[in-house]
Design a binder for this molecule. Structure first.
Ligand SMILES: Cc1ncc(COP(=O)(O)O)c(C=O)c1O
Length: 402
């Protein structure tokens, strides 16, 4: 029925139709954990997967299933699984391919939670890793060992917004017969579809743009049906990482406006980045939409828009950076991103605090770096807020110079 539908139409309609009994257009929330079967043969068929159905809440839920089907269509994947957080999705996807004795190649500047999982938890299960610069095919190739079983990347990266050439990394992965896993949280499928660019698995923190309202923690893994089935049965199901019906309903509701929201996030972020880029108190701006971004051309080729995250450094380093953040009135100091509200954070002391300082610096995360998740407010109001805080920096630094 949806052959040829465009993104915004898929986001509204895919996998959903009015409830057969009541005609309700809005998705029904099914909180049931247990499901009854007419006979033992049907129960066995559903458990084995030969018949579509739900048998126990830890392995699936009808409301969540609707959402999983919609996410799979939005990402152009065969299937998807909804999980209790982005980290549940990332850890499950990695554990689907890695076991004791295996090695994983990971791009350098990943989300702090991913870094923790790879460096602290995975080694307890005998998994080793190397963080490498995945902007260079030869470096990726050189990092692959005999026991490497997956390549894991994030693009644009958090928080430096480094862009990786996904078809290039995918071709190295294919050469070496390895699955490529991509965290697409910053982009959403509206801006970038990694499976179409050669990746094998996509992971999401749906806590961010997919839900988009800051009131749900959730994650998704999208990929081939056998990978998703394995995660459902052998990893997430056994670890108890399921996503519940109420939160699935909220994400289904949020997804209907995904395209609209992301377009506004992108427009606002571009205006904010352009403003910061010319401000005398700003030392550097990292935003792929700026012509000065080193991978601007690549970003234009692989992304439909540049996203809502702008990172920057202001003059005066850590001290002035913190003073600037504390001065903001509209932007809220927060760990999250992708919400309607503009959110600001200081990676070195917040999201990336767990990464040792020397490694943070290797990843390009300086102590003065600030990450802004540009919200859906009027862009003029967001810029006025930045302006009044930058004015304070201006005054402080010129008083010191006197
Ligand atoms: C890029 C990225 N991936 C994954 C996560 C983890 O998501 P969650 O908090 O839903 O577990 C985050 C969280 O900020 C993130 O920024």
């Amino acid at each position: 029925m949806n052959q040829g539908w465009r993104f915004d139409t898929i986001a509204v309609h895919a996998a959903q139709k009015p409830d057969e009994k009541t005609g309700a257009i809005s998705q029904s929330i099914v909180p049931a954990v247990a499901y009854a079967f007419p006979d033992t043969e049907t129960a066995a068929a559903v458990v084995s997967g030969s018949k579509e159905g739900t048998y126990y809440g830890r392995y699936g839920n009808p409301t969540t299933r609707t959402l999983e089907q919609k996410i799979a269509q939005l990402e152009c994947g065969e299937d998807s699984i909804g999980l209790s957080s982005g980290m549940a999705a990332i850890s499950s996807a990695l554990l689907a391919f890695l076991q004791h004795g295996d090695h994983v190649v990971v791009t350098r500047d990943v989300y702090g939670g991913t870094y923790n999982f790879i460096t602290l938890l995975a080694p307890r299960f005998g998994i080793t890793y190397d963080f490498v610069d995945c902007t260079d095919a030869d470096i990726v190739r050189a990092a692959i060992k005999e026991n490497t079983k997956a390549i894991y990347v994030e693009t644009p990266s958090n928080p430096k917004l480094t862009i990786l050439d996904l078809p290039m990394v995918a071709s190295v992965a294919k050469e070496c017969n390895l699955p490529l896993i991509v965290d697409n949280t910053f982009m959403t499928p509206y801006l970038q579809q990694p499976l179409e660019l050669g990746a094998d698995v996509v992971v999401h923190s749906a806590t961010k743009y997919l839900n988009g309202h800051g009131d749900v923690l959730a994650g998704f893994v999208v990929g081939k049906r056998e990978v998703i089935d394995f995660i459902r049965k052998r990893i997430a199901g056994d670890l108890g990482q399921n996503l519940n019906a109420w939160e699935s309903f909220l994400i289904l509701r949020g997804l209907k406006t995904l395209g609209m929201r992301v377009r506004t996030h992108c427009d606002n972020a571009m205006k904010v980045a352009a403003y910061l880029n010319t401000h005398p108190q700003v030392a550097a701006v990292y935003y792929p939409g700026l012509a000065t971004h080193p991978q601007h051309e690549l970003a234009k080729k692989q992304m439909r828009g540049m996203g809502g995250i702008v990172s920057f450094e202001i003059k005066g380093g850590l001290e002035m950076g913190k003073a600037f953040i504390n001065r903001l009135q509209l932007a809220m100091i927060s760990f999250s991103l992708g919400d309607p509200e503009t959110l600001v954070q200081h990676p070195a002391s917040m999201t990336h605090f767990s990464i040792p300082k020397h490694e943070r610096q290797l990843f390009g995360i300086s102590d003065g770096l600030i990450r802004l998740s540009v919200g859906l407010e009027d862009s003029a109001d967001i810029i006025s807020d930045l302006e009044q805080a930058l004015l304070m920096i201006d005054t402080t630094l010129s008083e010191r110079a006197r």
